[in-house]
Design a protein around this ligand. Structure first.
Ligand SMILES: [Zn+2]
Length: 101
């Protein structure tokens, strides 16, 4: 089994493999059909996880977290600009810096 690794795919592709038998790409691009047993992984017993898949999953998680943070900062900015009791323009400036950082 030398050289074999377990690839992982996006969650929304798993059902297509399990239900319809459709082959879908792993994060790294390797195409396979997800099985209920593998749960979105290629399910090779004893094989390590594909480092490319792992790296891309981590990047996707970081990207999702950054997007969530940006959305919450935008909400905060909207709330501050929409309220009459805006304390100081400095508040707004600080928020804007965080949004554009
Ligand atoms: Zn992979």
């Amino acid at each position: 089994m030398a050289g074999l690794v377990n690839h992982s795919m996006r969650r929304d592709y798993i059902l297509e493999g399990v239900v319809e038998g459709t082959a879908r790409p792993a994060w790294c691009g390797r195409v396979f059909v997800a099985t209920s047993r593998g749960g979105g992984r290629t399910d090779i017993s004893g094989a390590p996880d594909c480092p490319d898949c792992i790296s891309l999953i981590e990047k996707a998680k970081a990207h999702a977290a950054a997007r969530e943070r940006l959305e919450s900062l935008r909400d905060e900015l909207d709330r501050l600009t929409g309220t009459a009791d805006l304390r100081t323009l400095a508040d707004l400036g600080r928020i804007r810096e965080r949004v554009t950082a």
